[in-house]
Design a protein around this ligand. Structure first.
Ligand code: FES
Length: 103
């Protein structure tokens, strides 16, 4: 089973199982980590904001217009910011590393 590594806001990190086809937000949430994801994955809240590790950022499908618009409204945006509800896990992303953005 593929896995992803998630760095929490206190710097601790957790490797969690990540089923292909699931959204990265769902994987993080279902692992019980502290991600708000207020809109449930509709790309309407930006509370699933993560920083993607630099080595992985370029391997992701590009953000669509809707995600970019929502990221414009997010706080503490960095060059590698993405909304995790818009990231679909695949076998190619086995080992993906993301950090939870400040709440
Ligand atoms: S969960 Fe709301 S934008 Fe991702």
């Amino acid at each position: 089973m593929p896995s992803i590594t998630v760095v929490d806001r206190d710097g601790s990190e957790q490797a969690i199982e990540a089923k292909s086809g699931h959204k990265v937000m769902e994987i993080i949430r279902d692992a019980g980590m502290n991600i708000e994801a207020a809109c449930g994955g509709c790309c309407a809240c930006a509370t699933c904001h993560v920083y993607v590790d630099g080595d992985w950022f370029g391997k992701l499908a590009n953000a669509d217009e809707e995600e970019l618009d929502m990221l414009d409204l997010a706080m503490d945006v960095q060059d590698t910011s993405r909304l995790s509800c818009q990231l679909e896990m695949s076998d190619d992303l086995d080992g993906l590393r993301v950090e939870l953005a400040p709440a």
